[in-house]
Design a protein around this ligand. Structure first.
Ligand code: F0G
Length: 446
């Protein structure tokens, strides 16, 4: 059931087909290079792209911009305590700032970090400490069609096999990313979280939860894990997060803000170490790279994220979008995740071989056909890995209506009906570091 009405609106428009074709060419067939004004429905990311509530806008005006001792920080601290159950908070400019602060405090050269699946920036920050990021997804995580309630879970079997190989002393950090963004936004069960806690205790590691989408994860648990069918998302969130020693948070997701993040913990020693790193990299510990007003808005956003009406509406919207796509015959990853629907580009464009980037070809076709912007997460973004050819259509929070999503479904349907017209692509130029090439590389149709 819809939980909002609009109070402020932003004009959008669909550029002409000629303009879209020219814009795509000028962007080197890389949609990160498109001007946002050339995009009609922007599903590039759910990060920092949502709409704030009137309560959050009110909080912005009241934000305390004091360098030290800001009242807005007190509001954030009490929101983190109430919603997430942690007493110590180190604010940062966004999630990756929190990763730098926390993983710099926990990891050293030669260490191994285990994660259900490292998100790109997590992987990069672990590697930046000289440590080795190793993924432990469950087998079905990368199976696009197998059913499963918690395909985002952390595989204890994999984790134990790594520990057997390298030795427990080399694994000081175990991470669970909820929901699992790099595994199609799939949720993680509380039962799995308990087992990861036990595993971390057995090997003497610090257990970190990447809590970016903790509220969406909690709503999945409510709907799918029998033990919690009578619990609220707010209750589940506290229970699940409570198993961790520390949280890394990007407020741009379930903090419902456009900028911000933090580390949270109850461990005083870890808190002190994070605080010192935060002063170096982020800012004084009562603002951490955010303006006071952004801190204030995030304090409100965290509380709103676990409201039943909000989070139920959120998951429903993503599920409805997935159903509309499936009904139209568009192949997708199932079941859909919490923040996005992932298209199966290999099935959608079977005539485009992996070497010609079917995912990126589909991304370009969606823009050309309907001004829709998604993101490729396949052989273009992850060269030299055997990830499935996915295109992520991420839904910004509280932003688009059913009509927008119906436009995307129509666009995808038309692209598929004329799939033979979609050609593969080749890379014309790319940065030296191929790992991040999808942000800046240029391509051309073959
Ligand atoms: N962890 C996860 C699981 C994420 O999805 C992201 C960001 C981050 C950490 C980093 O947070 O952007 O605030 O620095 N994900 C965005 C995305 C960028 O599009 O999925 P950040």
């Amino acid at each position: 059931m819809v939980a909002y009405k609009s109070k402020v609106v932003e004009r959008i428009h669909l550029p002409s087909r000629e303009r879209r074709e020219r814009a795509l060419e000028e962007a080197g067939y890389n949609v990160f290079e498109l001007a946002a004004e050339e995009v009609f429905v922007d599903l590039l990311t759910d990060s920092g792209t949502g709409a704030m509530s009137d309560e959050q806008w009110a909080a912005l005006l009241r934000g305390d911009e004091s360098y030290a001792g800001s009242r807005s920080f007190d509001e954030l601290e009490s929101a983190v305590q109430d919603v997430m159950g942690f007493s110590r908070v180190v604010p940062t400019h966004q999630g990756r700032g929190a990763e730098n602060v926390l993983y710099g405090a926990l990891l050293s050269e030669g260490d191994v970090a285990l994660n259900n699946t490292h998100f790109d920036t997590t992987r990069a920050h672990v590697a930046n400490q000289g440590a080795d990021p190793v993924d432990c997804p469950v087998d079905r995580a990368h199976d696009l069609t197998v059913d499963g309630s918690f395909k985002g879970n952390f595989s204890l079997d994999r984790a134990w096999s790594i520990v057997d190989e390298v030795g427990a002393e080399r694994v000081p950090v175990v991470i669970s990313t909820i929901t699992n963004n790099s595994a199609a936004g799939q949720p993680v069960s509380v039962e799995n979280t308990r087992r990861v806690r036990e595993f971390a205790d057995e090997i003497g590691a610090t257990f970190v939860i990447d809590a970016c989408r903790f509220a969406e994860n909690a709503a999945f648990v409510r709907d799918r894990e029998a033990e919690f069918s009578d619990s609220t998302a707010a209750e589940i969130a506290r229970e699940q997060l409570g198993y961790a020693d520390a949280l890394v948070m990007s407020g741009k997701k379930d903090g419902l803000v456009n900028a911000g993040g933090f580390v949270a913990t109850d461990n005083e020693t870890l808190f002190e170490r994070c605080k010192q790193r935060a002063i170096l990299y982020e800012g004084f510990p009562t603002y951490g790279g955010m303006s006071g007003r952004d801190v204030a808005a995030m304090a409100v956003g965290l509380r709103e994220a676990v409201e039943e009406a909000y989070v139920t509406d959120r998951l429903e919207q993503v599920r409805t979008f997935a159903e509309l796509l499936e009904d139209a015959g568009v192949p997708i990853y199932t079941p859909p995740g919490g923040h996005a629907v992932y298209l199966d580009a290999a099935s959608a464009l079977p005539h485009v071989p992996p070497a010609e980037f079917p995912g990126q070809a589909l991304v370009c076709a969606l823009y050309r056909e309907g001004g829709v912007r998604g993101v490729e997460l396949g052989s273009f973004a992850f060269p030299d890995t055997d990830r499935p050819e996915l295109v992520r259509l991420a839904i910004p929070r509280r932003t688009y209506h059913r009509e927008h999503l119906e436009h995307v479904v129509e666009t995808a349907t038309t692209v598929l009906e004329n799939q033979e017209a979609v050609s593969g692509l080749e890379v014309i130029s790319e940065p030296e570091n191929r790992e991040l090439r999808h942000f800046t590389a240029s391509l051309e149709p073959i």
